[in-house]
Each structure stands twice: as C-alpha cells, then as structure tokens.
Design a binder for this molecule. Structure first.
Ligand code: NAD
Length: 260
C-alpha cells in the first residue's frame, strides 16, 4: 500500500514508535527511525526492518528536545530517504507530580519534546511536502489531548497543544495533498506506562499485574491495553488514499476512555 513512500517516525527505538515504523515498513515504506537506547539493540531493529520487509531503513540519532536538532533531523532524514511523504511525530516523555511540586526542568522538557518538537518537525517537513503536493503528518497525541488527569499538567498541556497544532496544520495545508491528524491512544503497555504501573504497585502495595488492572479500571472501560500494532495500523490507514479527505481530526483508540 505504501511502496515507494518515505516515512520518518520520531521516537521509534521503542514502544509505539517502533510498532508504527514496522507497520509502515510492512506496507512497503522506506523508514527513518530515531530515539535513544542501546546502539546494538537499535541496529538490530533497523536491520530487522530491512530484512523483514525489504525496505530501506535508516537510524538517525537526534535529541528532538533541542529545536535546532529537531529541524536538522528532518533535513538529514530527507537526505537519507531522498524525500519525505509521511511524518509521524511520536517521541514523548512523561512525568507525574502535583502542579506545585512539578519540577520546572521536567515541565520544560515535556513541552520541548511532546509539543515543540512536533512544531519543529512539521515546519521542516512541510516545504518538501508542499513541493510534491503530497504529505501525511500524523501526530501521536493521547487521550490526554482531549481530557485531563491529575498530576500530569505538562503532559496534558502538551498533548492538548498537539491537538490544536494538528488542526492548524490541517487548515493551512487543506487542498494541497497534505493531511494532518492526531491519533489519541489510551493506555498502551510500553516502557512509558510500565513506569507508572511500577509506581502504582509500590504506592498501593499491589502486585505489578494488579496495579496494571487498576490503572486500566480507572480510565479504560475495555479493561484491555491498546497494542502498539493497532496504532501502527491506524497510521497506515491515515497514510493511505482512503484517508485523503481526513484532516484536522483526532482518532481516539482508547478502549472507550473518552466516551464517558
Ligand atoms: P516509549 O518511552 O516506549 O518511547 C518513547 C520514544 O521516544 C523512545 O524511542 C525514546 O528513545 C524516544 N525519545 C525520548 N526522548 C527523546 C528525545 N529527546 N529525542 C528523541 N527521541 C526521544 O513511549 P511510548 O509509550 O511508546 O510513547 C510514544 C508516544 O505515544 C508518546 O508521545 C506518548 O506520549 C504517546 N502515548 C503513549 C501512551 C501509552 O499508554 N504508552 C498513550 C497515549 C499516548
């Protein structure tokens, strides 16, 4: 479905980003992956994309919290791939604390990566997409882009910001072959959420699995985790012709979280 397309997925050495990269590659897209982690493990993932799906895959190490690096990353990705058709802004971090105790450096880091990096990546990719009159920008927001939870001030503010930025990006580029949408996942059991499960297990004296069940019960009526692969397939859909008139929207994949 995506043969010959060139896709960039930020924060794709782990979790949701990695699954999105694999699903896009599965459909034939060449891929740039990015993110932190053990060099050998990252090389294994990169080589796996090429071997499993017969596409070209590149790893570009960039700290997207830095504005200049976030823009240079897109330029480097365009050089590696020979263009850019699909940009998935996925990299994100979390920190949990009440507002009055929220460390300023954590606030700044979350806003820089979860919101500003989406702006910088989009700004750097759009000129290429405009020239070719084709582009798909997919922002991985969150259920927290639509509703709030306590103790996640920076994350909720950033993700609501991403949803707003998604709409502006869609409007500015409507009718030019470029769409921009946000996927809003509920709980997905990645390293980002595992930390929160561990914290709940410690705080409430529960086993890790009981804590995971309680985490789901608080928010996600299906009582099941969303899988990274399901999000990857949503990204494939948003990249497809079927989604050409879908722009400026949020796609909730949250087991019913935001329905109540
Ligand atoms: P994760 O921790 O598994 O992966 C995060 C990725 O971002 C990793 O590849 C990491 O190396 C990379 N990264 C971290 N800091 C970076 C930086 N400064 N520059 C570049 N890359 C960096 O997390 P995940 O759960 O897969 O989250 C991916 C996205 O999905 C995030 O935006 C997150 O907010 C969002 N999300 C996650 C959930 C969930 O339940 N896991 C739910 C809704 C939304």
């Amino acid at each position: 479905m995506l043969k010959g397309k060139k896709a960039v997925v930020t924060g794709s050495t782990s979790g949701i980003g990695l699954a999105i990269a694999r699903e896009l590659a599965h459909q034939g897209a060449d891929i740039v992956i990015n993110g932190f982690g053990d060099a050998q493990a990252i090389e294994k993932e990169r080589a796996g994309l090429e071997k499993d799906f017969g596409v070209k895959a590149y790893y570009l190490n960039a700290d997207l919290m830095q504005a200049d690096a976030a823009r240079a990353f897109i330029d480097d990705a365009v050089k590696a791939l020979g263009g850019i058709d699909i940009l998935v802004n996925n990299a994100g971090i979390q920190h949990v604390a009440p507002i009055e105790e929220f460390p300023v450096e954590k606030w700044n880091a979350i806003i820089a990566l979860n919101l500003s990096a989406v702006f910088h990546g989009t700004a750097a990719a759009l000129p290429h997409m405009k020239k070719q009159k084709f582009g798909r920008i997919i922002n991985i927001a969150s259920a927290h882009g639509l509703v709030a939870s306590e103790f996640k001030s920076a994350y909720v503010a950033a993700k609501h910001g991403v949803v707003g930025l998604t709409k502006v990006t869609a409007l500015e580029n409507a009718g030019q072959g470029i769409t921009c949408n946000a996927i809003c996942p509920g709980w997905v059991r990645t390293p980002l959420v595992e930390k929160q499960i561990q914290a709940m297990s410690k705080e409430k004296g529960l086993s890790v699995e009981d804590a995971a069940r309680e985490l789901l019960a608080e928010k996600q009526p299906s009582l099941q985790f969303v899988t990274p692969e399901q999000l990857g397939q949503a990204a494939v859909f948003l990249s497809s012709d079927a989604a050409a008139q879908m722009t400026g929207t949020t796609m909730s994949i949250d087991g019913g979280w935001t329905a109540r």
